[in-house]
Design a binder for this molecule. Sequence first.
Ligand SMILES: Nc1ncnc2c1ncn2[C@@H]1O[C@H](COP(=O)(O)OP(=O)(O)OP(=O)(O)O)[C@@H](O)[C@H]1O
Length: 236
Amino acid sequence: MPANIVIDARDVTLRFGSGSAAVEVLRGVSLAVGAGERLAILGPSGSGKSSLMAVLAGLEKASSGQVMVAGADFSALDEDGLARARRGRIGIVLQAFHLIPTMTAVENVAVPLELAGIAEPQAKAKAELEAVGLGHRLDHYPTQLSGGEQQRVGLARAIAARPALIFADEPTGNLDEATGEAVVALLFYRLRETGATLVLITHDAGLAAQCDRVIEMKDGHIISDRRHAELNAVAE
Ligand SMILES: Nc1ncnc2c1ncn2[C@@H]1O[C@H](COP(=O)(O)OP(=O)(O)OP(=O)(O)O)[C@@H](O)[C@H]1O
């Protein structure tokens, strides 16, 4: 894999269930993403966007095909191996925030930093929460936070370790417009700062337009793949 390709997925399928109940949600997807690229995934509900993200982020194992991410062969790793490969390198913001209910906001952000062996996890977690506008909610538990606040804790947790790869599934879905814009601005600021690669699922055309490349999915396939220059040409 060339040094500048960080995600190289080849002919990936993902099936759930077996026999007559089997559902094939990814049907031979191939995708190469360059380092620092900001890729948006569009497509109707059920087209396989979250499934593709789960496979590329090492949360689901492909049923067949090859998935190379940052030099690791995700198709050959077991669950523990995938968890180790993700740690500190991959930040993930999901629709369901997956915050740990028994931990405060600052602990939710600090624990993955600690696990990744990063120095001063508490101070870094606090700074990251302040950056997403939650300096006044550090010691609150997830149930004491609104959906939008939980979303921002999720974002802070995903980017605090300055991972090389960030995956975000509808990161502004639970936020009002102003907060959504602020969170996206912070995300893109961090991307510029660290050169991280972004894979983003969104229904928001404005957000997709901020990315370098937009792919569209339908029925488990990629049906279009356009880069920024082409996107601008279409808009003009
Ligand atoms: N664990 C599972 N078992 C069975 N089917 C599943 C499972 N997870 C996802 N699916 C199915 O796979 C298909 C693709 O789902 P996926 O969540 O990837 O779509 P999506 O494009 O992200 O949709 P949305 O925009 O609604 O989030 C859907 O038909 C869904 O029902």
